[in-house]
Design a protein. Structure first.
Ligand SMILES: [Zn+2]
Length: 71
């Protein structure tokens, strides 16, 4: 890249991790790097849900468990 246009200080656009839209990464955007509160909470919600959905594989025996899915 020969020339890198400098964005205004502390104001640049990033892609919202949730919806992929342009999000203003600036102090004026409290939800950065997300584009909105909705996207931020949505992402956190998904993360929390993921934590809750950790599959607990029954079986305390390690090493001797056959590697086939439980029926
Ligand atoms: Zn978004």
């Amino acid at each position: 890249m020969p020339q890198d246009p400098r964005p205004p200080k502390s104001a640049r656009k990033v892609s919202c991790p949730t919806c992929g839209k342009d999000s203003l990464f600036a102090p004026s955007n409290p939800w950065r790097p997300f584009c909105s509160e909705r996207c931020k909470t949505n992402d956190l919600g998904a993360w929390a849900a993921e934590q809750y959905r950790i599959p607990v594989k029954g079986g305390d025996e390690e090493g001797e468990t056959p590697s086939e899915p439980p029926q």
